[in-house]
Design a protein around this ligand. Sequence first.
Ligand code: ZN
Length: 317
Amino acid sequence: MHIDRRRFIVLSSGALAVSPLARVLAQQQTPAGPPQTPPPVTPVFADVRRNVGIFTARGGTIGYLINKDGVVVVDTQYADTAKLCVDGLKQKASRGPLGIDIVFNTHHHGDHTGGNGVFKADTKKIVAHAKVPELQKMAAASAPATAAPPVFPDATFDKTWTEKAGDETITASYNGPGHTGGDAIIHFERAHVVHMGDLLFHERHPRVDRAAGASIRNWVAILEKTAKDFPADTIFIAGHSRDGVPPAVDRKAVLHFRDYLSAALAFTQKEIARGQAKDAIAAAAALPGFENYQGGGVLTLKGVLENAYDELTAKTP
Ligand SMILES: [Zn+2]
């Protein structure tokens, strides 16, 4: 078969300009069409501190704890990468059945819960905030017919859920709407590690899921509280970070992201006050002081500013 090499090169270089995450998120937005092959990924396991580690491949960062008496997992990415994660964790645990005591979902988005079905076979229970099941159902209703049905948590909580795993205590807590209406943060108390889910984006424009109950104003308050509540040496795990930048960061990064969201609200408010229309405000090329934030796919400054506009002009916030 003849292959038009010139055309192939053009297509390839075009594809390279878009990050794998952006491509996946763009695919999630496509309402119809044949299922697409996910882009290849490099699964990476990295130690964080005191038996806590992270797994990155495609989708939101997975956190895990393995000690001699227990295994805990935070978020599950997608079915294909979840399999890579489970296989790797089995090797690390170097014991028969993995026996995961608990899987926490930080929130309902498909790149954090899409692997629930894969983890389920090795897991005693999947736990998430009380809003997560209804938000999963809502997201599934607008997903392509070819999408796998959601796998729901086995149990939910309103405010907090605490679990013991060997010599570690893990507490999930809900602090009101942020990135969605059902985000939890997961604290490994003795390790001083906090998995933030998508309440923390590092050097990358976030998604603000207003249809699922997001609130930028309360998100700022959550980040403020988070920076105050945990010990100064705490390591925070971001759901997503700039390509090539590790998602395990310090308190300064949490405050930097708080400042980003505050700046997005302040910028939008100022533009509304001087009579600018939503489209004109959202067309801003950069947010002053945060030019280093990476965009792509559905993660754009435009999306953030549109949501800021809607939130600031809503009759009932
Ligand atoms: Zn998310």
